[in-house]
Design a protein around this ligand. Structure first.
Ligand code: KIV
Length: 302
């Protein structure tokens, strides 16, 4: 009897996001850093999976994204690629270009973007910056790699911004942000993340710029939203910025599950019969008779 399978899900491409913007369909994007999470979020219906350089904070224990290397991004992106390929595989895969991988010049940026695609399996790269990076965006796109821009609170510039603070709050800065968004779109970016800016400004930019605008801390009127998966799952009790909504309490669920495991191990309740194997007619147990004729356990301290 042949196995009944449904119609294969098609992988989303940059053209789908343009169509979704035009049709007013919202785009749901989330980060993932390993194969298991990639498979889970893909199966739950996200449109875009981002291997964010937030991996530095969420998985690697750093207090910023700055120490993350290109090799680490490739390593995590390749794991996410395998997770998507073994699951539904519908989501579009974007990988962040880490700090130092594109700021020194377009030639190096093109080479590094290509490594994220060739070795990491990304379908697009994301980089932070506005008009100053328009040439870098143009060159990467010309090399055949789609680029997603990122403006507003750009974490790789945390020291220049003076901290993780809301951007574009006054007239001058709002105008600068709009000009940067235009420059990035004009350079060929296919989508743009706006992070931590006033909702009114994000709404205005979303109406003015032809490419999909994905918000994080930028209000509801963007073409889509992105969140760090650890934040939406409630994995870190100590981190709850205003723009994050916890859609689950997975951190608490993990605590309870592991706590139950520890207590069952300590009380010899785990493993039970259901989790144990048995042989037939085994004659493997051998007691070593001590000189004194007492039995001792092999390997036991004397
Ligand atoms: O690195 C990241 O996770 C990001 C998102 C917050 C947009 O850039």
């Amino acid at each position: 009897m042949s196995k009944q399978t449904g119609p294969a899900l098609r992988r989303l491409s940059i053209n789908d996001f343009q169509r979704m913007k035009q049709a007013g369909e919202k785009i749901a994007m989330v980060t993932a850093y390993d194969a298991t999470m990639a498979r889970l979020v893909d199966a739950a219906g996200v449109d875009v999976v981002l291997v964010g350089d937030s991996v530095g904070m969420t998985q690697l224990g750093h207090d910023s994204t700055l120490p993350v290397t290109l090799e680490q991004m490739i390593h995590h992106c390749a794991a996410v690629r395998r997770g998507l390929d073994r699951g539904a595989g519908r989501a579009h895969l974007v990988c962040d270009m880490p700090f130092g991988s594109y700021q020194a010049g377009a030639d190096e940026a093109v080479k590094n973007a290509m490594r994220l695609v060739a070795e990491g399996g990304a379908e697009a790269v994301k980089l932070e910056g506005g008009a100053d990076y328009a040439d870098v965006v143009r060159r990467i796109v010309r090399a055949g790699v789609p680029v997603m821009g990122h403006l507003g609170l750009t974490p790789q510039s945390v020291h220049k911004l003076g901290g993780y603070v809301v951007q574009g709050k006054d007239q001058d800065k709002a105008e600068r942000l709009l000009a940067d968004a235009r420059a990035v779109a004009h350079a060929g970016a296919y989508a743009l993340v706006l992070e931590c800016i006033p909702a009114e400004l994000a709404r205005f930019i979303t109406g003015k710029i032809g490419i999909p605008i994905i918000g994080i801390g930028a209000g509801v009127h963007c073409d889509g939203q992105v969140l760090v998966v650890n934040d939406l799952l409630g994995l870190d009790d100590g981190f709850q910025p205003k723009f994050v909504k916890r859609f689950g309490e997975v951190g608490k669920a993990i605590h309870e599950a592991v706590h139950s495991y520890v207590s069952e191990v300590r009380q010899s309740h785990f493993p039970a019969e259901e989790q144990s194997f048995h042989g037939q007619n085994l004659r493997l147990l051998q007691l070593v008779e001590s000189d004194a004729g007492e039995s001792s356990v092999i390997g036991a301290p004397v």
